[in-house]
Design a protein around this ligand. Sequence first.
Ligand code: GLN
Length: 471
Amino acid sequence: MKTEEFIGKVKSGEVDIVEYIHKVIEECKKINDEYHYFNKISEELALKQAENIKKNPKGKLAGLPVSIKDCICVKGVETRAGSAILNGYKPEFNATAIEKIIKEGAIIIGKTSQDEFGFGSFSTNMGKGFQKPLNPFDKERCCGGSSGGCGGIVQKASFPHISLGESTGGSIVNPASFCGVYGLCPTYGRVSRYGLIDYGNSLDKIGPMAKDIKDIALMQKIISGFDKNESTSLNSPVDDYSAYIRKDVKGMKVGIIDFGIGESIDEPVRNKTLETIDKLNAKGVKAEKVSLPFSKKYGIPVYFLIAASEASTNLAKYCGMRYGASSELNGSSFNEYFTKVRSEYLGDEAKRRIILGTFARMAGQRDAYYIKAAQIRTKVIEEYKRLFKTYDALISPAINILPPKFDEIDKLSLLQAYTIDALTVSPNLAGLPHLSIPTGMVNKLPSGVMLTGDHLQEGKLIQLAAALRKE
Ligand code: GLN
C-alpha cells in the first residue's frame, strides 16, 4: 500500500491503527532477529502514539510508521548513536525533527543501527555490544553506512514506512544505494540539528530515506525549516517539494561528474549510471561531462581532517559522569577515571578519530592541517558554485561499488575504507543537497545514482528523480 493511501485509510478509520502497529512491531522484531536493523524497537511509545492517533487521526503522517537513526534524540527512548558509552541514555527531550513528525501524526517504531557515532561507510564499525545490520538482499553483505539500519528496514519492511537518517559525509546516500532505496541528504541547515547527537557540527544533516520519491518529498517538507533552538538552521522559506514530482524536466541541464564514470568504478555501477543518463536524455535533459578537480584531489583528506577535528571535540563530553555508561571511581583521579570509561566503552574507530582530530587541531599542527583543510573546503564550495551557474544538477554514482561482503570489508586497509566515500564527501563539505536514486538490480544486488544540487535546490533533485520512475 502506498503511503498516501495508507494515511487516508487511517484517517477514515478503515485501518485500525492500534491493531496495525501491533503487527508492525511484530514484523520489526522478526526482521531484527535476522537482520539487526534496530538498536531499540520502541514498542511502548509506538503503541501509545497509535492509541492517540486512533482517537484523533490527524496530520500529514497520521499513523505512518517511521524509524529513526539512533543518533537522533527521541524523548524517553534509549538513544545511543550506536555507542556503548551512551548505554542507558534516555533523552529528556525530542529533537526538533522528531517534534515535527510527531505533530503530524507519525508513529515512531524504533532507533536504527549505525556505525558508532556515524564513523564509517559500511555499518561495520559497531559500538561494543551492537550487531551489524545485514544487507536485505544478501546477508553476507553490508547495508552501507553509517545509516545502515535505516536503509535495511526501509527496503525490508512490508508496511508503508519512512526512515530518518543522518549524513556527515555520505551516510544517507551510501546506505540508500546499497539497500536499493531513495535517500535525500538536504542542504546543510535546512533541517534543524537540535537534538541530533553531533559527529561534525559543520557537516551533519538529518534527511529522509524511503522506497518512493513521493515519500521523500512529503517528509522533507515536514522536517525542514527554521528553528530558534539551532543557530545554523536556515531561515529561508521551505519549498513545496511534492509539487516538483510532476514538473517536466525537459530543458534541464545535468553535469556528469568525471570521477563518477571513471576508471576505479565497478562495471555494473558504471553501466547503470550511463543507463540513467540515457533515460534523462530521452526526457529532454541535456547532460555533458564536467570536472571537479579540487574535490577529486582534496575531498577525502579535507573531509577526514575536518570531520575528525570536530568529532574529537564532540566526543570529549562523554566522560562517564553526566549520562550514559559509568564506572567505579575507586579513588582514581578524574583523568584516570575518564581514561578508564572511554577505553572501555568507545570502539576502535572512535578512538582513531579522536587521535586524528586532536592531532589536526593541536597548537603547532593546526595551521598545517585543520586551518589548511578549512581553506581548501572553501575552494571545493567555489568549484561547485561555478558549475551550478550552468547546471541544474550533477550526476555520478553514490558509491563506485556494489554492496561488498563482510569478509571483503575486513580485508580493506583503513585508507581504502576511507576512499570509498570519494564521491559523497565533497557535496557534504559544500553543504549541498544530494539524493540517491535506486537504479534497479545488477547481479541480484541494488545499485544507485546520486544527484547533487545547488544549495536549497532539493526540489530539482526530486523533479529529476520523479522523471526517472516507471510510470
Ligand atoms: N563514511 C564517512 C565517515 O566515516 C561518513 C559518515 C557519515 O556521513 N556519518 O566519516
